[in-house]
Design a protein around this ligand. Structure first.
Ligand code: ADP
Ligand code: ADP
Length: 232
């Protein structure tokens, strides 16, 4: 589903033009939960952000369902991005907007009618377990609840893919487990392909089917989680 070939990203402002990522080759299959693990600075975030073109790769290719992401113009990219949800370590909610309005945001951008938005918000709140919190503001919510809002917003336009950028790194272990269960549930129930990055082995072990290990801008190993992490 996601095909990444010989991908490289060099940030313009980096002295010596050392690539943040290079020689990245990955195939992520429809319906799987694929984890990318590595220490800080390994290139995980750069790679993830290249998948939805928040960063433009310097060379190489990314295709999603056969479509060349790098070739899309900004209008085409806008449409394609609706099918690629993303959640973040620090949730990135609008603090001046209610839970319902945060979730409504991508629906409004997609041009959905008011009535349709209201009913979609209800569905999403139920999916993430926040039915009674629609009118609260982010600062009235716990970290786990904020991430549930982030997930609802990311799923609003029925994406095929969910990108997770250290989505549980700001949460305590118990809340992490509940968010990981929700992600697993979403993957199983809705068939959404999940690509996540993390520095926590526990996240990989808990929900990932396959994993890539990154070091110094390279993928150094790829395989099924049990094969990669139980090898002698
Ligand atoms: P990770 O997500 O694994 O922590 P990153 O992708 O954030 O890794 O970073 C990989 C490398 O690219 C690091 O050396 C980092 O300093 C550098 N980098 C990341 N973002 C930028 C940027 N916007 N400009 C310049 N260098 C960056
Ligand atoms: P407006 O365009 O003024 O936001 P709405 O009638 O859509 O008009 O929303 C009024 C308020 O109700 C908003 O603050 C919104 O956050 C909230 N709201 C919208 N949908 C729901 C919902 N499904 N459940 C609870 N509150 C909602």
């Amino acid at each position: 589903m996601i095909h990444i070939s010989n991908l490289e990203k060099v940030y313009d402002n980096v002295p010596g033009r050392i690539p943040a990522i290079q020689q990245i080759n990955l195939d992520i299959e429809r319906g799987e939960i694929f984890g990318i693990i590595g220490h800080s600075g390994a290139g995980k975030s750069t790679l993830l952000r290249c998948v939805n073109m928040l960063e433009r790769p310097t060379s190489g290719t990314i295709t999603i369902d056969g479509e060349d992401m790098i070739a899309l113009d900004s209008r085409q990219l806008q449409v394609k991005r609706r099918k690629i949800g993303m959640i973040f370590q620090h949730f990135n909610l609008l603090s001046s907007a209610t839970v319902a309005d945060n979730i409504a945001f991508p629906l409004k951008l997609a041009g959905m009618s008011k009535a349709a938005i209201r009913s979609r918000i209800e569905e999403l709140l139920e999916l993430v377990g926040l039915t009674d919190h629609a009118r609260k503001y982010p600062n009235q919510l716990s970290g786990g609840q904020k991430q549930r809002v982030g997930i609802a917003r990311a799923l609003a336009n029925h994406p095929d893919i969910l990108l997770c950028d250290e989505a549980t790194s700001a949460l305590d272990p118990q809340t992490t487990s509940s968010i990981l269960s929700l992600l697993l549930d979403i993957n199983k129930k809705l068939g959404i392909t999940i690509l996540l990055i993390t520095h926590e082995m526990q996240v990989i072990r808990a929900i990932c089917d396959r994993v890539a290990v990154m070091e110094g801008g390279h993928v150094v190993e790829t395989g099924k989680v049990l094969d990669v992490f139980l090898k002698p």
